[in-house]
Design a protein around this ligand. Sequence first.
Ligand SMILES: C[S@@+](CC[C@H](N)C(=O)[O-])C[C@H]1O[C@@H](n2cnc3c(N)ncnc32)[C@H](O)[C@@H]1O
Length: 252
Amino acid sequence: MFRRHWKPGFGSVSVDELVFIRDLIERHRPARFLEIGMASGLSTGFIARFLDAAGGKAITSIDHDDTFFGDATKPNGFLFDEIYPGGKLDAKLLKFKTALDADALGGPWDMAFIDANHAHPWPTLDTLAIAPHMTAPRCVIHHDLDLYMRQDVMFGIGPKYLYDQFPHDKRHASTANRGNIFCLDLGIPREELEDIAIRSLKLPWSLRTPLPGSQISGIRSVLQTHYAPRLLEHFDRCLSTMNLADRFRSGL
Ligand SMILES: C[S@@+](CC[C@H](N)C(=O)[O-])C[C@H]1O[C@@H](n2cnc3c(N)ncnc32)[C@H](O)[C@@H]1O
């Protein structure tokens, strides 16, 4: 089924990465699953099948736009119904949403998969935005740990920076796709997640374009609502020096 739907340039997970996700779903049996970064809907469709088989109830997948980047004639999520036809899960495929909208997405969720903007600090910010809406087992899977090694100009180092800040017993990297996918255990005190985020946010940001004002206010609102003031203060300090198109990376 994967071979029937996958095409080069689709930017999707690989078969062995899907097996990693399936095994986690079988182990933790989440009722409700959240995906950030829908694209074609390939991963969404397979996750829905795994959830359904493991007694799950609902899947929500979001994307910040509705044009599939691998084929501009197609909307995001176009593969979902082909891969998971007539399924019984409560499935919501929401366009024009980011993790910053998490408060209004109808959580909580037991497990999540983040595969959206891989430029640092987005994977850290996405994790912070959804963490308050995660219930046990609070397992968050991230894609593209190895992306920075595959890019000559490495924008996509966000997952790697985040992974490196987590304690060894709260992170697990798969060997799938040459070590390109991992899961985090967010079953830690809020203060510990703040410490991790503070270390991660301090690492050099690798944005293609600076965060616009609308996103900055969304991020600040998440941090203000769910975390201690020290995290927002730290974010503001990092923002003042690192919210730049990276001259080294962009060649500007
Ligand atoms: C690598 S693709 C996802 C692939 C998909 N998970 C799969 O395996 O089939 C990344 C997607 O994230 C979306 N995206 C980028 N930045 C985002 C953000 N901040 N929030 C939500 N979606 C975002 C892009 O539009 C793109 O469709």
